[in-house]
Structure formats: structure tokens, C-alpha cells
Design a protein around this ligand. Structure first.
Ligand SMILES: Nc1ncnc2c1ncn2[C@@H]1O[C@H](COP(=O)(O)OP(=O)(O)O)[C@@H](O)[C@H]1O
Ligand SMILES: [Mg+2]
Length: 249
């Protein structure tokens, strides 16, 4: 199965979410092998992974793959190979201004596409102008793709009423795009957990002795577990994955 984090706009949390969900307890308890795949030629996760290896951090079931090619055939074939060896692929898709080759590929090939989006006019316009046309095209051609696209309200103030935020998105989203039942809060810990190649859980352990940092980190770990729980739920129930095929109508 393939889960992608997609948003043509940069800086919406895609890479942060991709790496931390890949290491979440929720996902690790449900899948035997998890491939974290970066399709961004810039390779920000790649640099982070190299640091992980240098620090000797153990990654358990999670493997990392960087695909730098911008040729569709090349990344398509690479994903095929990775899929043959991994139960779950989590793809980090770059924000793209032109062409949107990676975005199209991710939207067409994923079982679940997660679109991190702020409650900002900028993000909403970028979605309407760049990403939604691709989603509309795909859901028109392939109706079974209609339960694939989910917005994750992102950078939400931790004190916000999450029900209101989700309701806001549910109201403005077009057909075949739904809102997840969870939000991704704004926390400063997301800006610095990844030093020395750490993931959020490892960072939380490293600051265990500091009450204030530790509290912030544990809140963030809980956010990621909630988001990951929603992801596994959507994979199990919504998408034509193995579980759904058992149902006969
Ligand atoms: N929930 C969050 N709260 C605060 N800052 C965040 C959060 N998630 C990510 N960030 C920061 O925002 C920036 C963009 O995040 P990143 O995951 O690289 O986005 P993208 O991959 O969409 O470009 C980074 O500096 C990251 O540390
Ligand atoms: Mg990124």
C-alpha cells in the first residue's frame, strides 16, 4: 500500500509528517516493512537519513529510499521495486511549481493521499489552482479513486477547537476530497526534533530529563500517533485495499 503526502506548495509539513508517521507506533504495529521514500530531488530527508546512519540510530522496520530522478518512467519503476519488498510505502512528494510530474504520479498511484493544508487563503488558493485540477482529472477517469484524497488541517494552534477546524474544511472542500478527523498542531518542537538525524520519538527520549521540553515533545508524539491511527484506519476501511476486497456486493 502507498500513502503519499502531497501539496504543491512547499513548507506545509509534508516531510516532517512523512518521516514521523513512518516511525509511529501505530504504523509499526500494523506493517511488517515500511519504506520511507523521498521523491524530492533536493533531498532534505536524504541528508537527515545520512545523519541518522552516522549517529548509528536503529531504524527497525523502516528503510529509506531517495529517488532523485525527474523522469516519470524512472521513479515509477523504482516505486514498483520498492513495493515488491515493503508492505507500506510512505512517499514524501516535493512541492512543485511546474509540471507537477511527482504530484500526478503520487495522486494516481497512492491508496491514500494526505494533503497538509493550513486555514489560510494562500493554501486554499494554491490547492484550488494547482492540486485540485489533478485530483478532479483522476477521480473522473477512475471513480474508485474517490476515497483517496484527504486534507489534514495543519499548523493548527494547539488550543484551537479541532471540531471547528475540521468543520471549516469539510464546508469548503470540493467533491472527492475529504477532511481527516484529526489535525496537525503547530508546535515549536517540530522545528528542531530532527537534529542529529533523530525522529520525534528519539528526540522525546533525549529530552526526558527536561520537564518543559519533555512535555512539548510528548504532546507532539501523541499528535503523530493520532494522525497515524487515522491513516491506518483510512487504509483499512476506505481504499480498495486487501481488506475491502473481501466484501462482495
Ligand atoms: N507542526 C509543525 N509546527 C511547527 N513547525 C513545523 C510543523 N511541521 C513542520 N514544521 C516546520 O515547518 C517547516 C516546513 O516543514 P516541512 O516538513 O519541511 O514541509 P514541506 O515538506 O511541506 O516543505 C520546517 O522548518 C519544519 O521544521
Ligand atoms: Mg519537504
Amino acid at each position: 500500500m502507498i500513502v503519499s503526502f502531497v501539496q504543491t506548495k512547499g513548507g506545509t509539513g509534508k516531510s516532517t509528517l512523512a518521516l514521523n508517521t513512518a516511525f509511529s507506533q501505530q504504523i509499526n504495529s500494523k506493517f511488517r516493512s515500511i519504506a520511507l521514500v523521498e521523491l524530492d530531488p533536493q533531498g532534505s530527508l536524504k541528508n537527515w537519513w545520512i545523519q541518522r546512519e552516522e549517529e548509528g540510530l536503529a531504524s527497525g522496520k523502516v528503510s529509506f529510499h531517495h529517488i532523485s530522478s525527474t523522469q516519470k518512467e524512472v521513479f515509477q519503476n523504482s516505486i514498483k521495486t520498492i513495493a515488491a519488498h515493503n508492505e507500506l510505502i510512505i512517499m514524501d512528494i516535493p512541492g512543485e511549481s511546474t509540471g507537477k510530474l511527482h504530484t500526478r504520479f503520487a495522486c494516481a498511484s497512492s491508496d491514500l493521499v494526505i494533503i497538509p493544508m493550513r486555514t489560510s487563503t494562500n493554501d486554499e488558493l494554491a490547492f484550488a489552482d494547482n492540486l485540485y485540477p489533478i485530483i478532479r482529472e483522476i477521480t473522473n477517469i477512475a471513480p474508485k479513486k474517490r476515497k483517496t484524497f484527504y486534507v489534514l488541517p495543519s499548523f493548527i494552534h494547539p488550543q484551537s477547537n479541532t471540531g471547528n477546524v475540521i468543520g471549516y474544511f469539510t464546508d469548503i472542500l470540493p467533491s472527492h476530497v475529504e477532511c481527516m478527523e484529526v489535525v496537525y498542531p503547530h508546535r515549536s518542537v517540530y522545528e528542531n526534533f530532527n537534529r542529529d538525524g533523530m525522529n520525534l520519538k528519539e528526540y522525546a527520549l533525549s529530552v526526558e530529563q527536561n520537564k518543559r521540553f519533555s512535555y512539548q515533545a510528548s504532546r507532539a508524539v501523541a499528535d503523530i500517533e493520532e494522525i497515524s491511527k487515522n491513516i491506518t484506519f483510512l487504509l483499512e476501511t476506505n481504499n480498495g485495499g486487501p481488506k475491502k476486497k473481501k466484501k462482495t456486493r
